[in-house]
Write a protein that binds this ligand. Structure first.
Ligand code: KG4
Ligand code: ZN
Length: 342
């Protein structure tokens, strides 16, 4: 640690289609948070193309890191550690960040800390909620993951529920594509839903036999596709806004039901949401109301810290740093890394 006892971490995130770098001081003080989104290019293909994502990361990563240091008004020499997402995610995309972080850490002789992407999403809650400390319950809903997690301590997690098939964000993206809204689906469905009737169509709320807190969204996606086909066969016009609103309600109903049951069973005092889908205002409002009814404090990150960013990786890495966790040059990208595995 440097003389003024501040821990400064340069964090890198490249697990999907955002090339991101941030400088985070003492875990919760974000000095810069640079995100170069590739959404425009992937929109042309209706979803993330892994090969293109990797290439774009390579093109942009040095610039993004330079900008993160410049915005924070710091140099590489000022850093106490270099943190990077090493999984889960697209392996080619992850490798760009991991190779970059290793090269920087080696050249600048700084410690290297590999961070789990989901741990980053959960840790995003610490950035603006300075009083939030474990233990708490967290619902992680992103494009690749739907996890209900007990955060027992910093870096200590117990996953009590996970999706058996599609992630919540993935369902938003697939349904958006099916009703012609395009990519990325989440924000577009949310916008369309504001003009629709959420009770117009009843879509099933799946029950999963594998575990009482597990999720399944592929049946819901199929129900929407069946509904669309039915309309086509019967030559009934599809009201995009009603499908969006009714689908969104079905997802949020299932998520809320699981959360309320888990809060009751585990008697937690704090509940947080995380991941890209947590940027959804209707979901946030439902969770806030549910928490009020259960007498539980509700936490959520601002939308910019819900979707992929590197500040959340710097925050997670800070607690690893304090715990003395360091990685060596064998750190590798792991596409299907599970939470809690190191
Ligand atoms: O966390 P994230 O940026 O990347 C992953 O780790 O997957 O999440 C991206 C996902 C996408 O599926 C996107 O459609 C969804 O989050 N998303 C939303 C909203 N904003 C982003 N879903 C619902 N409502 C939103 N406002
Ligand atoms: Zn993510």
């Amino acid at each position: 640690m440097n003389s003024n006892q501040e821990v400064k971490i340069l964090a890198i995130e490249s697990s999907c289609d955002e090339t991101a770098a941030a400088v985070v001081v003492n875990g919760r003080d974000v000095r810069s948070n640079i995100i170069s989104s590739q959404i425009d290019i992937h929109t042309l293909y209706g979803g993330v193309v892994p090969e293109i994502a990797s290439r774009k990361h390579i093109e942009r990563i040095n610039q993004v890191i330079g900008q993160a240091l410049e915005t924070a008004d710091m140099s590489l020499d000022d850093m106490d550690a270099i943190a990077v997402t090493y999984g889960p995610g697209l392996v080619g995309a992850l490798l760009v960040g991991v190779a970059e972080a290793k090269a920087i850490a080696y050249a600048a002789q700084k410690p290297l800390i590999g961070v789990h992407h989901i741990e980053g999403h959960i840790s995003a809650n610490y950035i603006e909620n300075k009083d939030l400390e474990p233990p708490f319950l967290c619902l992680v809903v992103s494009g690749g993951h739907t996890h209900l997690v007990k955060v027992l301590d910093y870096g200590v997690y117990e996953v009590i529920g996970r999706t058996q098939d599609d992630a919540a964000g993935e369902a938003f993206d697939k349904v958006a594509r099916a009703i012609g809204l395009g990519y990325p689906g989440g924000p577009k469905i949310e916008k369309a839903s504001c003009l629709g009737n959420e009770d117009a169509i009843y879509f099933p709320r799946a029950k999963v036999s594998s575990g009482i807190y597990d999720f399944s969204f592929s049946g819901l996606k199929s129900a929407v596709l069946n509904y669309l086909n039915g309309c086509k066969m019967k030559q009934i016009p599809v009201v995009q806004e009603d499908v969006a609103a009714s689908f969104q309600k079905a997802v949020i109903d299932v998520l809320t039901d699981h959360v309320v049951r888990a809060i009751g069973q585990y008697r937690v005092e704090k509940f947080a949401i995380a991941g890209g889908v947590a940027a959804n205002t209707i979901l946030r409002n439902r969770m806030e109301t549910a928490c009020k009814e259960c007498g539980v404090r509700f936490y959520h990150p601002s939308p910019v810290f819900c979707t992929d960013n590197a500040a959340m990786i710097g925050t997670a890495a800070y607690y690893d740093y304090l715990a003395g966790r360091r990685d060596d040059w064998s750190l590798n990208a792991i596409a299907n890394l599970r939470l809690g595995e190191r």
